[in-house]
Design a binder for this molecule. Sequence first.
Ligand code: ATP
Length: 267
Amino acid sequence: MTTPVLSARGLVKTFGRVVGLDGVDVDLYPGEVLAVIGDNGAGKSTLIKCLTGAMVPDAGELRLDGEPVHFRRPQDARNAGIETVYQTLAVAPALDIASNLFLGRERRRAGLLGSVFRMIDKRGMRREAESALAGLGIGTLQDMSQAVETLSGGQRQAVAVARAAAFGSKVIVLDEPTAALGVRESQQVLRMIDQVRSRGVPVVLISHNMPHVFEVADRIHIQRLGRCAGVITPRSHTMTEAVAIMTGATTLAETPGRTTADVGEPA
Ligand SMILES: Nc1ncnc2c1ncn2[C@@H]1O[C@H](COP(=O)(O)OP(=O)(O)OP(=O)(O)O)[C@@H](O)[C@H]1O
């Protein structure tokens, strides 16, 4: 049996009398894209916040590579190799592409210039930024010294995903990465997700966009009213069935799908 890269058991998070998460289990296996879908208020954001240190769950446990972990803040998760790209992109618009990729992790110049004068290795960062983007199949960004505020929405998203891919050594979490994008730009982001997966780094993808989810996900975790209503795959269930489970029109037990044997752990 493969050990999940990230696994959660019995996550609970309440906000006063509102239950955000009511005992949720998640397993993320190496090299898979796990989509998290659910209606508004189903607990998707709360779930990823608990997985990435942005919220501390009231109960439940998290394991990374089989070892228990306790994230108190996003930096704890980041240090452990979990990178998150939130819907509200954390890019610095006035800075250029290379600086955004290395934000908070700037490379210093070699020797005394770097260690004493704290001079930043701009040229080296631009070179690395170029190869990071090229490695993800992004060819539309030619000038790494271009300010991010001058980029299109899709290009900005590409920079944010590339940043996560460059530093997320274990897990990458993407919150609605295609929500604000057009068809072509969305396809580009989906291709990037594919590239990240092919490097063996698993991705958690939160999305409302069913066609995108069905195009790129290996498995789909359905959140409903703070609980996991089931885990399906694009092969086991249709989009219509997924939506029916998501909205409570049916249950996983009533709609077991074509094959359910492979949903526990990806083949
Ligand atoms: N900080 C908070 N304070 C109070 N209630 C909260 C807070 N965050 C989330 N909730 C509640 O927890 C539940 C789950 O919310 P969550 O944002 O996780 O859902 P979601 O599936 O991400 O929804 P959406 O698709 O609308 O973003 C909702 O009832 C929400 O109102």
